[in-house]
Design a binder for this molecule. Sequence first.
Ligand SMILES: Cc1cc2nc3c(=O)[nH]c(=O)nc-3n(C[C@H](O)[C@H](O)[C@H](O)COP(=O)(O)O)c2cc1C
Length: 242
Amino acid sequence: MKIVAFNGSPHGAAGNTHVMVENFLAGARKAGAETENILLVDKKIRHCSGCMACWFKTPGKCVVQDDMEELLEKYSADIVVFATPLYVDNVTGIMKNFMDRILPRLEPFIEKDENGECKHPWRTGHSPDFVVISNCGFTGMEHFQVLKLLFRRIARNTGSRILAEIYRDGGGILASPMLILKPFLMHYNKLLRKAGGELVTDGRISDGTQAKLEKPIIPPEQYIKIGNKNVTEELQKLEKEK
Ligand SMILES: Cc1cc2nc3c(=O)[nH]c(=O)nc-3n(C[C@H](O)[C@H](O)[C@H](O)COP(=O)(O)O)c2cc1C
């Protein structure tokens, strides 16, 4: 089984999303999967110009020459992981550009799905199954409402299954070096590795692991207190430097 993760965070390997992806993939690898972790920020991905050449002039192929050709090859894995921090309740711009550029994989014809809704057929081979990984700065799982619906709609469009979704509220601490947070983060990272392993062995994350993954890493009040303290200190530092 091949799992390819596409991470849309501008922070790349220094980001909170990366911590989630790395641990999840480590668990998947241990269970026997072949994995690849792609940081989209390091790739040249121009936005879709809507020219529709990939449907008519050069069917299945985008006329823009950048890294997207190589990324579309990778998109043919068994499972693709869409990993993104929450930006304005949505995916990042980097991720959105990537998602738009998947268009060459679809045929221009319109067909109806089993619910009578319009969709385009997938062009060749199988459309990969999805795993969604995201984190956000606020506490509260309600912040992922848009993302949950968005990926349901995209999976419907491409005829993919969503095998797992891991949403981390209060994610601003995931890459933190603060010693006081270390045991809590280690516990969470272990759960992510377990989830990766379960996905490979059972095709899904168990209800028990999922429930644990959704528990706050530290109490929300404490998270907000640490966050606000960091903001105050940062602003004071800048004030002093003036
Ligand atoms: C432009 C921008 C928009 C953001 N929008 C939201 C948001 O709508 N809700 C939220 O909870 N966090 C929001 N955040 C915070 C990020 O989701 C959070 O910092 C996350 O941990 C970043 O992950 P990364 O380190 O992988 O980039 C936003 C951050 C930026 C820079």
